[in-house]
Each structure stands twice: as C-alpha cells, then as structure tokens.
Design a protein around this ligand. Structure first.
Ligand code: CDP
Ligand code: MG
Length: 702
C-alpha cells in the first residue's frame, strides 16, 4: 500500500483536550511523584504504582472523597483510576471496621482482569482482601474482602437484598462514560441512596465523561432533607477532578477515499505498518468476533502468500467471550524482535489497558444494540462510532511513546458527520429487564424516575406490556405475587425467568433449567470455520424434530453420559469450556430455583411439557411461515416483521409452520436463533391478552 494513501490529520496532535469548557476543578498536586525509575531492569510494583498519573493526585482524591458526597474523576485510560483509587481508599481507612469499597465495571472481563491485577499489586490471594463478583461467579470472602470489583448489574441486584447498600463505604462507578443501562440505573439509584445515607461516598470515574452533565445530575436534587443526625455533612456539590494523563502525542492519519471493506483495509494497513514503521505493537479496532476472525484469517493468508512481509507478527484476537488462556496471551509482553497485533472489539477502547501499543488502526465502527419499539426488534448492528470513541481509540497509541493512529475513514467524515458522543444504551435498548429490576426495587413511577438520560416512552410502554402479558405485572403495573417477585429474583431475562417458573407447574424444571443455562451462553458448538460440514453432521446426531431447545437436552444428556469428557466434546464439535460453564450456571440456577420454592423435577421425556414451558416464556417471539414462501420467510406474529431461521438452527431448511425463537440476529436479513416448533393454540393459552387483537391463528396443519 503506497504511503500517500494516508492523509495526516489537521487535528491537534494532543487528542484528549478538554471539551467541557472549564468545568474541571483542578486540585493541587499535593504529593510528589517519584519520577525516578528503578535502578533495576524492571520497576518494582511499588515504584510502578507511583509512576502512574493518579499517584500525584492521591492526597487530592482522598481529600475530595472525605469532604464531598460525590467526586467525579476524569482521566485517560491507563492513568491508574481503576487499579489505584480503591487501594488509596483502603490505605486511608475506608475499608476499616468491616466496610467494603466497591468498584463497578460495565464489563465482566474487565472486572476479572482488574481484580486480579489489584490482588497482585497488594500481594494477596484473589478472593480474600480483594475479590470480584460477576453474574454466576462470586470470588469474594464476606469476612475478608475489603475491595470488591463487580459489574454494575451485580451491584443493582445487591440493592434488592440491601436497599441502602449498607456494607459499602465508598462506591466507585467506573467507566461511567460508557453509559450502559445498568450504569445509568445505578447512578439514579445511588443518588437516592445517598440522600438516606449521607456518609456514603460516590466516585464517578471515566475516561471521557461529560463532567458537566454528570455534575449537574448529582447536584440537582428534587427534594432534600438535611441529615441532622450527622455532625459532618459532606458537600453536596460534586467535586470534579481531572487527572492529567501522561499520554504522548498521537499522529492521526486518515484515508483519502472512503474504504469499502474495512476488514481488508485493516489487513493491508497492518501489513504496511509492519513493513514500514519501527517496532511497536499494533491495536486494531473491529466490531465483533466475526470480523475479527475474518481479519485474522486474511492476515494468515497474506502471510502465507508473502512470507517476508509478515514474519515476526503475532496476531491475537480480543473479545469478551474469549477463553481465559487466550486473553492472557494478549496481556503478556511481546517477545523481543516480534510485533504483536491485537485485533479487538471496543473492549480495548477504555476498559482494558494493553502495554506496548504504538499504532492503532480504527475501523470507525463498533457493534451496538439498537431497539425499535414499534417492531419490538432489538438488533446488534455494526454502527459508526462517535468522535469521543475515536479519540479514545487514538489515545491507545500514545501510552509508551509517541504513536500513530490510522483511521479508516476520511477527515471530512470525522469532522462533519461523526456524532460527538454516543447514544446512551438506555435510549437504544429493550427495557424489559430494566423495568422489572426497578419494580423489584420498589420504584413505581418509572417514567418519573430521576434518570441521567430518559428512556423513550414507547420503549417503556412496550416493556410494561410484555411484563403484563408474562403475568409479572398487574393492572396497576405492580409486581404480581408470587410470579413477579420470583421472576425479579432470577438474574436472567424475564422471559427466561417466566419459562423457569412455568416449568414448576408443568413438572419439567430440571429440563428447563438446562435449557436456560445453555441459552445464557453464546454457543455450545465450536466455531464453524473450516469444519462446517463436520459440525453440521455432529449436530444431526443430537437434532430433535422439535427444534434447538430439545436438541440442547440431548446434547446435555450425552455430555453427562460421557462423564463430562473433553474428548467427547472434541469428537462432537462441542466447545468443552462452554459446556463446563453450562454446568456451573445450571448449578447456580438450581440453587436460585430451590430458594424460590420450585420443585426440581424431571418430566422423564415428556417433551410436550418442556415445549409448553418454553412457550409460556417466549410467546412474544412467535412467528409463522408465510403461506407461499419458497425461501423460508416467516413473519412475526406481533409486528409482522420478516424473519428467517438461522442456518445454525437444526430447523434450518425444515421450516415448520409455527415457531418461537429465543433471539434475533441481523446480518443481511433478520435471523431467528434457537428455534422451536409450537402448536399455535399454545400462544393464546399462554398469553390471551397479548394475542387478543390478532386474527385467530388458523389451525391449518403443516
Ligand atoms: O483505570 P485506568 O484506565 O485509569 O487505569 P488502570 O486500569 O488502573 O491501569 C493502570 C496501570 O495498571 C496501567 O499502566 C496498566 O497497564 C496496569 N494494569 C495492568 O498491568 N494489568 C491490568 N489487568 C490492569 C492494569
Ligand atoms: Mg479503568
């Protein structure tokens, strides 16, 4: 690729300028950082800690937290916010007397990674003084844990059992700029909790927070009574602290013409960097496992074709469902004389730090959830990123020395068309889970809730309607007893919860819990690349005429009969790690079910009961084969959307007349994943209200 393909950006080379217009409160640097590096080849952990940008602000941070109810900390990725601030708080005594310091993350992978890093820095065993909790995995010791990392979703669940989160002294809501649904709900609730618990301290930290709007959010309280019984009242106005980064300049390069295929453009850019630029690792931002795998494949082909160009390249993927061992490779140091290329989703944008990156290739896209309340369809689509994200991505190149960022879009596009910040997840998602959680927390007026960003009313109404049809909410939009309260206790989509609850009456809870566990992981099969034919044949060995859900039961039975053997999985093109995870999740769900008073019972092969239980949860996802369709086109019963059975389903090309699906994925079309045949009369049986306005399902046989 010729060099003139690239146009250097007119952007100021310093990327992370302050865009908020002077809201940033600067604290004096009270402690002096030790800038001298260790005399030894490797810096000790202690001196590494002192060289992080936040270290200079240690005293300032502790002072602000002491004196303010809420402190907002803005700082570049890698400045030490996540790993250091909880330790400073602990050192200052915030974990004394059995209290706990919490630090939330939107992503599970980040929770595990930072927790183990902090345990290492403190030289303690993970799960003791430093622990973490993610859904289905609790690595803490209630008697010993002082610093706890957790997803914001898990903290929300804790509010159900302990509405004032009494065991925490400080809660740090990290990565707040990501504006995940759980982060937004959490911020709204923490603001309420703080009014009842003035001694609770909040830290809102992030890389590119809009500090002004966050600060406004925490300042304006609707009604507030002073905490008379406390001698010391922390200031209500949030403190805002900007932690200066130590990022180096990053030169931005744009393409001159828009690229048509960003995967190919990525590969040629990586190869030309490797060919022409000095040593330094490359971080590539693509959108998901599919295009990451495609890029790796293409790089391998190119490497084969031109051995000279690509020698010395170590190409590694990074996405959240990657097995632990492969994740560790990404974080391990690059061997001398080699160049690492990490091809990542936007997980590496802010929540994980990779050392040694000097070049960034930014595709300009990420996978984002979009929900259309009219069609009631939620899609994960490849969509353009925002300027804030683009700056973050570029910033990853300047951690160790001046770097370069190659943007696979034009400068005109960046300047004129890219939106400046992303849309909060709350405003582009289905809200069923969010609504049930708020209801369970006793928040009745959901539309009047104090949101950092209000969700669209249509999406709220849709969610209320589905929950009403599931029997989770009553006519007054309150949780029903017991179904509503029980459904809220299960940490899964309410449709799955309802399916589990229905299995109790239908006498098939053991089977349904297996199905629920398998549905909650991405896939139990190995990825089909290069082995599609063998994979299809393997699936046929387990395939059930009733569809994927029943097939899962056959698979699970086979796995147990093999003695949970990894060879058996290998032989059957099944992902052994995924099956182990299924066993784990299943065990957790069993415990939850027992707690809810569900009788664990097997239906001993009465598949009809299983199918009815699935329908009781998923009736809203029913669709019907178009009468004269020759290409397998279905229409959803609610919304009349065109959908097709996904090629990974055992019902692909079988095309039964009536089906329900677990989820939709959209590529060139809308595909139904995990599909099961039903009898249409079950729909009106399961949810009369939901289907009352539809024409009667016609009883024509298949
Ligand atoms: O949160 P923030 O992005 O400000 O920084 P951090 O995650 O606390 O990272 C601070 C430093 O710790 C960085 O230099 C990271 O490279 C290092 N770190 C690490 O080596 N391993 C981790 N799992 C996390 C952080
Ligand atoms: Mg961080």
């Amino acid at each position: 690729m010729p060099q003139q393909f690239w146009k250097p950006g007119a952007d100021k080379p310093r990327i992370l300028e302050d865009e908020e217009g002077g809201v940033v409160f600067f604290a004096p640097s009270l402690s002096s950082a030790s800038s001298s590096s260790s005399r030894f080849g490797y810096a000790s952990i202690g001196s590494q800690r002192q060289r992080l940008p936040v270290y200079k602000y240690r005293t300032a941070i502790l002072y602000l937290v002491e004196t303010h109810a809420t402190t907002i900390i803005v700082g570049e990725t890698g400045s030490g916010k996540t790993t250091q601030i909880p330790q400073y708080l602990k050192e200052a005594g915030w974990a004394d007397g059995g209290r706990v310091i919490a630090c939330t993350q939107p992503r599970r992978l980040a929770v595990q990674s930072v927790a183990s890093r902090v345990a290492e820095e403190m030289d303690v065993k993970l799960g003791e003084e430093v622990g973490y909790t993610i859904r289905f995995e609790d690595v803490t010791n209630p008697a010993a844990t002082m610093i706890k990392f957790l997803t914001d979703g898990v903290l929300l669940r804790e509010i159900m059992d302990d509405p004032l989160l009494t065991k925490y002294s400080v809660i740090m809501v990290d990565e707040a700029h990501e504006r995940s649904i759980s982060t937004d709900i959490l911020l709204g609730l923490l603001k309420k909790i703080q009014r009842r618990r003035p001694e609770l301290r909040l830290i809102i930290s992030s890389a590119t927070i809009e500090a002004k709007s966050m600060s406004d959010f925490f300042q304006t309280s609707k009604k507030h009574r002073g905490p008379e019984d406390h001698e010391f009242v922390p200031r209500k106005v949030p403190a805002v602290l900007s932690v200066e980064g130590r990022g180096f300049n990053v030169q931005i390069h744009y393409v001159v013409e828009p690229v048509s295929d960003y995967v190919r453009a990525t590969v040629s850019t990586v190869l030309s960097i490797h060919d022409q630029e000095p040593a330094g690792d490359i971080l590539v931002f693509l959108t998901g496992q599919d295009d990451i795998d495609a890029a790796i494949q293409l790089l391998a082909e190119e490497a084969h074709a031109s051995r000279k160009i690509s020698s010395g390249l170590i190409v590694l993927p990074l996405y959240s469902s990657l097995p632990r061992a492969e994740q560790d490779l990404v974080f391990s140091p690059t061997p001398r004389g080699k160049r690492k290329v990490v091809i990542s989703t936007n997980i590496a944008e802010t929540s994980l730090t990779l050392e040694g990156v000097v070049y960034v290739v930014d595709s300009g896209f990420s996978k984002q959830q979009f929900y259309n309340p009219i069609s009631d369809i939620e899609n994960l689509v490849v969509a353009p990123i925002s300027k804030a994200s683009a700056r973050q991505r570029a910033g990853r190149a300047g951690r160790v020395r001046p770097g370069k960022c190659y943007r696979l879009y034009t400068e005109e596009y960046f300047v004129n068309e890219m939106s400046s910040v992303g849309i909060p997840e709350m405003q582009r998602s289905k809200l069923v889970s969010c609504v049930i959680q708020l209801k369970a927390l006793g928040i009745d007026n959901i539309l009047g809730f104090d949101w950092p960003a209000s969700p669209p009313p249509e999406a709220m109404i849709r969610a209320l309607e589905v929950l009403y049809s599931l029997g989770v909410l009553d006519d007054d939009a309150k949780l029903t007893s017991p179904v509503g309260f029980q459904a809220a206790e299960i940490p899964l989509d309410p449709m799955i919860s309802k399916m589990i609850l229905s299995s109790n009456q239908l006498g098939c809870s053991e089977e349904i819990i297996t199905i629920a566990a398998i549905l909650s992981i991405q896939s139990i099969w190995v990825s089909g690349k290069g082995v599609q034919k063998e994979l299809d044949e393997a699936k046929l060995r387990f395939a059930a005429a009733e569809g994927d859900h029943v097939t899962f039961l056959n698979v699970y039975k086979g796995f147990l009969q093999s003695g949970k053997s990894s060879q058996w999985c290998h032989k059957n093109y099944m992902n052994y790690q995924a099956m182990k995870k299924v066993i784990e999740i299943r065990e957790q769900l069993r415990r939850t079910a027992l707690r809810l008073g569900i009788v664990l019972r097997s239906c001993e092969g009465d598949i009809l009961a299983v199918r009815k239980a699935v329908t009781a949860g998923f009736f809203a996802n029913a669709s019907r084969l178009e009468a004269f369709s020759h290409n397998g086109m279905y229409k959803t019963i609610r919304g009349s959307q065109e959908v097709y059975i996904h090629p990974s389903s055992v019902l692909f090309r079988v095309n039964p007349k009536w089906v329900i699906y677990h989820s939709l994925v959209s590529t060139d079309r809308q595909y139904m994943r995990n599909v099961m045949t039903i009898d249409p009369s079950w729909l009106t049986e399961a949810a009369p209200h939901f289907f009352q306005n539809l024409r009667r399902p016609d009883p024509i046989a298949h």
